[in-house]
Design a protein around this ligand. Structure first.
Ligand code: DCP
Length: 218
């Protein structure tokens, strides 16, 4: 089935590092008529052979700007990707890049105010000049200490030095953006799920979102 009028029902899957965004998207692989745009992080780990994610964590002051600039490009590519199905599920968005990660790097001083200004102007320009579809945000809410443990267990080499305080800062920014609405702009209604649950229980939690997402696919 093709998307009616060429505009798919577009869902952003958001949540802290290690909240299970990829697992959530994979849950929907069993259904037809859904386009899944997963794992942008793989592009960040291999840009013409360069691991930008690794460079960013090893020397944030030097690489955060280049890293976030490339994240924006990959996100814009996902937002603009032609979708032949009535439903499109995306891992993250330009919005979480700007309101959570870039915001955090600006507040912590990792980004120079002038570097932040450049990224902010790019974000504003894109946001105002290019239509970005957003119909629903699935927020995988987690407790920082729980995702911190998961991150240590999954042992992605680049993330080994990520401190709990960094995860806590990102958690607060996700909450301020999606729940408290004190930061930036929330571009779609938010469905919040409890993503603290472990893998044996999480499928039931994911199922709570099927109705809202799948009714658009039939
Ligand atoms: N990252 C970043 N800036 C962004 C987006 C992500 O610095 N704008 C970093 C944080 C992580 C890595 O990139 O180290 C991947 O983060 P994600 O939360 O996007 O992806 P995960 O694979 O951690 O998600 P999940 O475990 O929820 O599937």
């Amino acid at each position: 089935m093709s998307a009616m009028n060429g505009k798919p029902f577009t869902v952003f899957v958001e949540g802290n590092i290690g909240s299970g965004k990829t697992t959530f998207l994979e849950h929907f692989r069993q259904f037809e008529d859904i386009t899944l745009l997963t794992e942008p992080v793989e592009a960040w780990r291999n840009l013409q052979g360069w691991n930008l994610l690794d460079l960013m964590y090893k020397d944030p002051a030097k690489w955060a700007m280049a890293f976030q600039s490339y994240v924006s490009l990959t996100m814009l590519d996902m937002h603009r990707r032609p979708t032949p199905t009535p439903v499109k599920l995306m891992e993250r968005s330009l919005f979480s890049a700007r309101y959570c990660f870039v915001e955090n790097m600006m507040r912590s001083g990792t980004l120079h105010p002038a570097e932040f200004a450049v990224l902010d102007e790019w974000f504003r320009f894109i946001h105002h000049q290019i239509p970005i579809e957003a119909d629903l945000i699935v927020y995988l809410k987690t407790t920082p200490s729980i995702v911190h443990e998961r991150i240590k267990k999954r042992a992605r080499s680049e993330e080994q030095c990520v401190p709990l305080s960094y995860i806590e800062d990102l958690h607060r920014l996700h909450e301020d953006w999606l729940i408290n609405r004190t930061l930036g702009e929330c571009p779609a209604p938010v469905l919040m799920l409890d993503a603290d649950l472990d893998l044996s229980q999480i499928t039931e939690e994911y199922k709570k979102s099927e109705h809202q997402i799948l009714r658009k696919a039939v």
